[in-house]
Design a protein around this ligand. Sequence first.
Ligand code: HEC
Length: 160
Amino acid sequence: MKKSIIILILLLLIVGGGIYWFLRPKSKEAGPEMVVHGMAPGWKFSLPQGDPAQGRQWFVKLECYKCHEIKGEEFPAVAAADKGVGPDLSQMAGLHPVEFFAESIINPNAVVDADAKEKGYLGADGKSKMPDYNDILTGKELADLAAYLTSLKAQEHKAH
Ligand code: HEC
C-alpha cells in the first residue's frame, strides 16, 4: 500500500514535470533565431555620426535662432517683430539622445509638451508653430544639426 502511494507520487512528478517542460515559458533573451530580417529585438533607429560645427552653420542658415535662444551662442540679431516662439535650447543638450533632436526637426508634432498651448508653441490649427525641414535637409545635414544641439552642453561646460 505504502509502496504504491510512493510510486503514484513519483509518476505524478514525472508526468507533471514533462507537461511543465512542454509548456514552459520560452526564453525571451535575444537569441539569434529571434533576429527577423536583420532586426534584433530592442532595435532602435540611429543617426549617422554628425558634425556639430556644420550643424551650427545650418542652425544659422535656416534661422532656427529666430525662434530658439541658445545661451552662450552668438547669432545674428533678430528684430522683435521677427521673433517667433520656441523653447530655449541651451538646456536641452544632455537631456535627450541625438535621435530625439532629429525627430523634433523632421517631425515637430511627434512630441509636444503638455503645456505647449499655454506657452504659445501651437498655431491656430493646434499644431506646432515649428516648420519641418524635410524638403531642405539631407540625412547628413539633419545628423549634423542634431549633433550640434547635442553638443551644446559640453561647450557650456568647457567655458566654465
Ligand atoms: C517659427 C518658429 C520656429 C522655428 C523657425 C524653429 N523652431 Fe524649433 N520649435 C518651435 C516651437 C514652437 C517648438 C515647441 C513645440 C514643438 O515641440 O514642436 C520647437 C521645438 C524644437 C525642439 C524640441 C525642443 C524640446 O522641447 O524638446 C527642437 C530640438 C527644435 N525646435 C529645433 C529647431 C531647429 C534645429 C530649427 C531650425 C532648423 C528650429 N527648431 C526652427 C519653433 C520654431
